[in-house]
Design a binder for this molecule. Structure first.
Ligand SMILES: C[S@@+](CC[C@H](N)C(=O)[O-])C[C@H]1O[C@@H](n2cnc3c(N)ncnc32)[C@H](O)[C@@H]1O
Length: 445
């Protein structure tokens, strides 16, 4: 494919930089804003193209040597070659652009809340077993090729303890000559290893996934015992890592761990979803709680509630809280979390957001918090929300594009956007989280 010199203007979605030679749009991988690069076109469409930077001809002052030795090879991080303050500026710019045209933007969009120490923050890491030059590697999937594994010993997103667990498990499986599972041939044993940590409780879970049971696994608790409060193993050949019910055995400890967020305790089982960045999670949920408190809600609803962190935080500032979530195991986990924190004013129901019109109207909530997945609010869920017309809405978003679409619908229905606070939940990746506070300007409902 064709090579050419390009000047990158700014970062856009998915961690690419934008160039516009003669007005034609090119999305470049591997370039930073302001840089002149030699790039190869990798895919050409009618009105735009994708390119890969091959050489940086004029580097940006924000370019840095990636601290991680496998950056670029590993599919985990996109931005380690960019100084952290520049990453935050880039994310701010992408969010501003997505929200452009909405009333009050850019004035109401605050600077992103970044991390003071943007490494070692992940409370969950999944590692794959693979073979390289006849030796077992335990690491992360290679960028663009999930069947290949790059070693993760030096990965800086994990804790030093997780790193030590990785090293010990690798040595253990090598010493026992255990074979790696081969997806294509459907043969072998070892699949992946998940390490989960309560950053603020010190509890740690080691969870091995293998194609079938093996006697050697009984020794795993002794191998990682001083570092893990519980060790589990699941036996299945499912892709990707979710273990089917009944496939998991507890090898030591209680089979779950706990994490603390702003003083609330949460139970984390092997299949429980939990925010992977504890410290930023505290800031995110603390912000929702504080914004909620300023409206003095009597009845609050947490829509897309997951395992309940928002509902539980709202429980501290609202008289009654209803959490709504469609995934039944998450609802069960949320109920246990509510119990764990002795919150008699928080209820959880299992329901789809697009079917909650009546519940929302009956609830007569004065605050609804929504935290939908990346596709944003389902149109029926948005219609139900607008029909219920709560005076206050807080929207927690992990996708600026769907956030912009949903906010436009809410503005049209009479809501004003009061505040937008971006947070960096995933340093070194292109993900952007934003919390938006809305107030209903036109009375109705
Ligand atoms: C971004 S997560 C938020 C979870 C929670 N607020 C947290 O921070 O842990 C989105 C949640 O929406 C749930 N969900 C997805 N589609 C849904 C739907 N149609 N109705 C209700 N909940 C849904 C998912 O199961 C997931 O728990």
């Amino acid at each position: 494919m064709r090579e050419l010199e390009l000047t990158a203007e700014k970062m856009v979605a998915e961690g690419r930089a934008l160039a516009r030679p003669d007005g034609f749009v090119i999305f470049i991988e591997g370039a930073l804003p302001g840089e002149r690069v030699r790039a190869r076109i990798t895919q050409r469409k009618k009105s735009f193209a994708f390119a890969q930077a091959l050489e940086v001809l004029e580097p940006s002052p924000d370019r840095q040597a990636a601290p991680c030795p496998v950056f670029g090879e590993c599919g985990g991080c996109a931005f380690q070659h960019m100084a952290y303050p520049a990453q935050l500026r880039a994310k701010h710019g992408i969010l501003l652009e997505a929200l452009y045209g909405l009333p009050g933007v850019p004035g109401i969009v605050a600077e992103p809340l970044g991390m003071v120490e943007p490494f070692h923050f992940r409370n969950k890491m999944g590692f794959a077993f693979g073979m390289t030059e006849g030796r077992i590697v335990l690491g992360l999937h290679r960028r663009g090729n999930w069947r290949s594994v790059v070693t993760a010993g030096a990965c800086l997103l994990q804790s030093p303890e997780s790193r030590e667990i990785l090293a010990r498990v690798r040595t253990f499986v090598q010493e026992h000559d255990l074979p790696v599972y081969d997806e294509k041939r459907r043969a072998g044993l070892l699949r992946h290893l998940v390490v989960r940590e309560g950053k603020l409780t010190g509890e740690r879970m080691v969870h091995l996934h293998a194609a079938e049971r093996h006697l050697a696994f009984e020794q795993l608790p002794a191998v990682v015992g001083d570092l893990a409060t519980t060790v589990l193993a699941s036996f299945h050949t499912r892709v990707p890592e979710a273990a089917p019910p009944g496939s998991t055995v507890v090898l030591s400890g209680p089979g779950l761990i706990h994490e603390r967020l702003n003083g609330f305790l949460f139970e984390i089982g092997p299949a429980t979803f939990f925010q992977t960045n504890t410290l930023q999670g505290e800031r995110l949920f603390g912000l929702v709680r504080d914004w909620a408190a300023s409206g003095r809600p009597e009845r609050a609803v947490d829509l897309y509630a997951g395992t309940g962190p928002i509902a539980i935080h709202l429980g501290a500032v609202s008289q009654q809280v209803l959490g709504i979530e469609s995934h039944a195991p998450s609802v069960d986990a949320a109920r246990r979390n509510v119990e764990l924190n002795s919150l008699a004013n928080v209820r959880m129901v299992c329901a789809k957001a697009e079917r909650v019109g009546e519940t929302l109207r009956e609830e007569r909530a004065d605050l609804v918090v929504v935290d939908p997945p990346r596709p944003g609010l389902n149109p029926k869920a948005l219609a139900a929300l607008l029909a219920a017309a709560p005076p206050h809405v807080i929207y927690v978003s992990c996708n600026p594009a769907t956030l912009a679409r949903d906010l436009a619908g809410m503005v049209e229905a009479g809501y004003g956007i009061e505040q937008v606070q971006p947070l960096d939940m995933f340093p070194h990746t292109f993900h952007i989280e934003a919390v938006v506070r809305l107030e209903r300007k036109i009375k109705g409902g």
